[in-house]
Design a protein around this ligand. Structure first.
Ligand code: PMP
Length: 381
């Protein structure tokens, strides 16, 4: 039986996807070659990239006004690519800071732009629309939809009232976990390694009229327009990552799409937050209820010194990687798309038992019985 992996990213992947990768690893689509050996210019790989784009478009409901781009360099490269591409003739960019990742993005953007602080938080909540302050001269308004380190998530799309200022979102840790009205965004992006496959791929969805604003000094591979023009082949792309994310997208489709991913995310996080709330004398939480993340449940032991023991006991019963981010300490349970609801139930049982000082054995928790759909998507070979 597989353990439950609560890692914040790279993170757990659906078992059927992992099995499929294993099964066709030596012979992809009857070619006799592994996907690792396939040329990015071969018709099959070109078709694979088109298929992934079509799936992203259909799952997210991306309108024709927006392009879907596949970049490398993780989410952090976007911290620089966003200002390099979207400032245009402007010099000011507005940032909403709600935690580590929006703060890092703001700091990186200082290399390129004058920053206007639209909201500056302390990692415990998202702002109300009224608190967001954006100057009209700003080239874009940036925010992070889900702060992975602090466990702070926007309940909906913020509306600053600055109608002409394009909205930009880092959705790295809640991408493909709920339906999104893409038409409201100038640009949204996500590194894949939480909800959408292994590390090495960043999906960027950008309004086409914002392409081509980059100045001539911007290096070729940092210019979004080049990805669009070349059909996402400006150089050798990360073929294996594209292949894995395509399987991930197919799995999300086969499970019922983003509304179903959202229902599961709400259910998983409700189960874990309820267990924590039941024992305030043992577990403390800093995030306002309305800003609690469905993806990353961040908490501390009231007796912080017991954290290493908590982690060891959890590990012994098959609950892995529950340590908080090194900058904030404490504990964090990441509950991404591939985490079965039984994982949240197992963690809740562990939280209750620990609060009662009761020792559990591995067999006491609900097993990881992620259903196996070996044929979850029809094979081409
Ligand atoms: N943004 C968010 C929301 C993240 O969670 C992370 C990584 N955990 C990053 C940015 C940085 O991602 P990467 O390591 O892919 O650059």
């Amino acid at each position: 039986m597989r353990p439950y992996n609560f890692s914040a990213g790279p993170s757990t992947m659906p078992e059927p996807v992992l099995r499929r990768i294993r099964d066709e690893f030596l012979d992809w689509q009857g070619t006799g070659c592994s996907i690792l050996e396939a040329s990015h210019r071969s018709p099959r790989v070109v078709a694979l990239v088109k298929e992934l784009e079509a799936r992203v478009r259909s799952l997210l409901g991306v309108p024709d006004t927006h392009a879907v781009l596949f970049c490398q360099g993780g989410a952090r490269l976007q911290f620089a690519m966003v200002p390099m591409n979207l400032l245009g003739a402007g010099t000011v960019a507005s940032y909403i800071v709600t935690g580590t990742w929006s703060k890092s993005a703001e700091t990186e953007a200082m290399r390129f732009a004058r920053i206007q602080s639209a909201f500056s938080g302390n990692g415990t909540r998202t702002p109300s629309d009224e608190e967001i302050d954006v100057t009209a001269e700003s080239s874009y308004l940036y925010y992070c939809d889900n702060e992975t380190v602090h466990g702070v998530e926007f309940a909906g799309i913020p509306d600053s009232g600055a109608a002409g200022v394009p909205l930009v979102a880092d959705m790295s840790s809640n991408f493909m976990s709920r339906p999104v009205d893409v038409s409201k965004f100038g640009l949204l992006y996500a590194a894949a390694q939480k909800n959408f496959g292994p590390a090495g791929l960043t999906v960027v969805v950008v309004r086409r009229d914002l392409l081509g604003l980059a100045s001539p000094e911007v290096p070729t591979l940092l210019n979004y327009a080049v990805y669009e023009k070349t059909g996402n082949m400006p150089n050798t792309p990360a073929v294996f990552q594209l292949y894995c994310s395509n399987l991930m997208a197919a799995w999300i489709e086969s499970e019922g799409g983003l509304a179903e991913m959202d229902a599961r995310a709400r259910e998983r996080s409700r189960i874990v937050y309820e267990a924590l709330d039941a024992h305030p004398e043992v577990y403390s939480q800093r995030v306002d209820r309305a800003s609690r993340s469905r993806m990353n449940v961040v908490f501390h032991l009231v007796e912080d010194a017991l954290t290493p023991i908590f982690l060891k006991e959890a590990h012994d019963v098959g609950l892995l990687n529950l340590a908080g981010h090194r900058t904030v300490g404490g504990l964090r349970a990441s509950l991404y798309n591939a985490m079965p609801v039984s994982g949240a139930l197992a963690l809740a049982e562990f939280l209750h038992a620990r609060a009662r000082n009761q020792r559990l054995e591995q067999g006491d928790l609900p097993p990881n019985i992620a259903e196996l759909f070996d044929q979850f998507v029809e094979r081409k070979d």
